[in-house]
Ligand binder design. Sequence first.
Ligand SMILES: Cc1ncc(COP(=O)(O)OP(=O)(O)O)c(N)n1
Ligand SMILES: Cc1nc(C(=O)O)sc1CCOP(=O)(O)O
Ligand SMILES: [Mg+2]
Length: 204
Amino acid sequence: MTVIKGLYAVSPEAEDSEQLLAKVSRVLDNGVAILQYRNKSANTVRRLRQASLLASLCKSRRVLFLINDDVTLARAVEADGVHLGKTDGSVADARAILGKNAIIGVSCYNDIALAEQAARDGASYIAFGAVYPSRTKPNAVAAPLSLFAEAKRLGLPSVAIGGITPDNAAEVVAAGASAIAVIGGLFDAPDPAAAARQMAALFD
Ligand SMILES: Cc1ncc(COP(=O)(O)OP(=O)(O)O)c(N)n1
Ligand SMILES: Cc1nc(C(=O)O)sc1CCOP(=O)(O)O
Ligand SMILES: [Mg+2]
């Protein structure tokens, strides 16, 4: 079984594919266990190119590679799996397309009932957020850190997301999150590689 644990980088929005590759490369060698490609604005052609570049990068660095929202794209680039939110389709449909070994993550926001449903549906992990106010997603619902202890009984890895930085990540890990998903706290840090090392070290 694939282990979902550690620093989970989520790619920043980027128009320029080479710049995106350079930004992600810089952090990948510094303790990132999982990378999610997330681009909410690019067209299909650009998304395919960016996802293909990141898929090759992750394969060469032995980092798990997931696609946000788009099961078809995940299959096209042979990603390890997909992350689904409430409007992104069902676990069953994703698994039918990606196969039984695919990693399928499900957003549960601040709602333990959604996590219970995701577990019944056969999700690979559940995600709760936003655990802190997020500049990337300012309107995200607030999720209390107590959810991670509460969700332990479901027996699935739990991912924390939203406003996580090197300064607050230890508190999230102490609350019981299996992995921390980060955009701004990593890619907007003064030294992204150092930020990655600091957050990854919490899982040693
Ligand atoms: C690890 C992780 N957790 C939550 C999300 C958010 O998913 P969703 O609610 O579908 O929102 P978008 O990211 O699609 O805007 C995520 N992407 N990754
Ligand atoms: C994509 C996303 N989903 C969230 C949720 O709460 O479900 S918060 C979020 C943004 C994460 O970016 P940052 O690390 O910059 O806050
Ligand atoms: Mg989504």
